[in-house]
Design a protein. Structure first.
Length: 115
């Protein structure tokens, strides 16, 4: 099992940038498929991007390709999500998840984008 802890959320001005972190611990963490998701109020949870930590490739949802960047530091067992020029509508809880079917989830970190 993998344990995941997100951090870096908070209040951000629209147009600014922020970086979220996901600290990973547990069994063979570096070989897991990892993903960033978000869930806005009243909406379904949606995938932002996913990566295989041991490989480093990243697949993004179409909407996320311009302003979202997923990176990882295997030495620190941490995955990151950089959000550039966030928009008010992107206020949401941001989650990281692990596993080939995303069996393990963090508790999420709230990002509030002020307009």
């Amino acid at each position: 099992q993998v344990q995941l802890v997100e951090s870096g959320g908070g209040l951000v001005q629209a147009g600014d940038s922020l970086r979220l972190s996901c600290l990973i611990s547990g069994h063979t963490a570096s070989y897991h498929r990892m993903g960033w998701f978000r869930q806005a109020p009243g909406k379904e949870r949606e995938l932002i991007g996913s990566t295989i930590l041991a490989v480093g490739n990243v697949d993004y949802a179409d909407y996320a390709k311009e302003r979202f960047t997923v990176t990882s530091d295997t030495a620190k067992n941490t995955m990151y999500l950089q959000i550039d020029r966030p928009e008010h509508e992107e206020t949401a809880v941001y989650y990281c998840a692990a596993g080939m079917e995303y069996e393990d989830w963090g508790a999420g970190t709230q990002v509030t984008v002020s307009s």
